[in-house]
Ligand binder design. Structure first.
Ligand SMILES: O=C(O)C(=O)C[C@H](O)[C@@H](O)CO
Length: 256
């Protein structure tokens, strides 16, 4: 058996890929989303109540569908990264990357020696399909996609070097953290934030890498698509459910 193909990595640039944030932390909800036509799903280990076993369940639940799972870790911890890769994560997103040195460390955490320092799980892991992928250790990196999040003033200042780091496949702007970091709390549309988002996009594309962003408001998502963002999360499952529930109840009970 060969290491599974990663269609998300293969299609990083080209047509804009539309995704949804998956925050319910269950395979059942993830599987529903995977059947709706989104190109990718963000299984959120940063702000949703996920653990390694709940993320595993979601990877298994969506595996049958043409909807690529992207797993976001809660930290830069190499031990956690090792576990996420071992359960079969092939597209990994890491939040709060501020420097090229951090980016290089993250790449190293995803690579076996001598390129990095990932520990060997071998036949114990879903990543190797319990040993069936015999050349996993020499081929895993080819199908692994590392996305780093730029979401602070220092990250934007260092965006060129972060994006150019070998082994970084894409940069994902976190507009809410970025706006908050620079003092425009929760206001990604402030002109200063918009200029920083545009700068990060330009730096990423100049490095030949793909750029992504979260944009749950349609007008914003369309603007970012026009700017050239390659992958955009246009929905958040929890907000979608809440909004639909509120609209439904309002139809019967009014806005009381
Ligand atoms: O800063 C951002 O924007 C993100 O990184 C996304 C948020 O963390 C997400 O949880 C939605 O608020």
């Amino acid at each position: 058996m060969q290491v599974p193909h990663n269609p998300f990595k293969a299609s990083l640039t080209g047509d804009t890929r539309y995704g949804c944030w998956a925050g319910f932390a269950t395979g059942y909800a993830g599987e529903i989303l995977a059947t709706t036509g989104f190109d990718w799903l963000l299984i959120d280990g940063e702000h949703a109540p996920n653990t390694v076993p709940t993320i595993l369940g979601q990877l298994q639940a969506v595996a049958a569908y043409p909807c690529a799972p992207v797993v976001r870790a809660v930290s830069h911890d190499p031990a956690l990264i090792k576990q996420l890769l071992d359960i079969g994560t092939q597209t990994l997103m890491i939040p709060m990357v501020d420097t090229a040195e951090q980016a290089a460390q993250l790449v190293a955490a995803t690579r076996y020696p001598p390129q990095g320092f990932r520990g060997v799980g071998g036949g114990l892991t879903r990543a190797t399909r319990w040993g069936e992928v015999e050349d996993y250790m020499t081929t895993a990196h080819e199908e692994l996609c590392l996305i780093v999040q730029v979401e602070s003033r220092s990250g934007v200042d260092n965006a060129d070097a972060i994006a150019a780091t070998p082994g970084v496949d894409a940069v994902f702007v976190g507009p809410f953290d970025l706006s908050t970091d620079i003092g425009h709390i929760g206001n990604p549309n402030h002109p200063e934030v918009q200029a920083m988002i545009r700068h990060t996009l330009d730096a990423t594309r100049a490095a030949g890498k793909a750029a992504g962003i979260l944009a749950p408001v349609e007008e914003d998502a369309k603007r970012y698509a026009d700017w050239g963002f390659d992958f955009i999360a246009v929905g958040i499952d929890i907000s979608l459910l809440r909004q639909a529930a509120k609209e439904t109840v309002a139809r019967y009970k009014g806005d009381k």
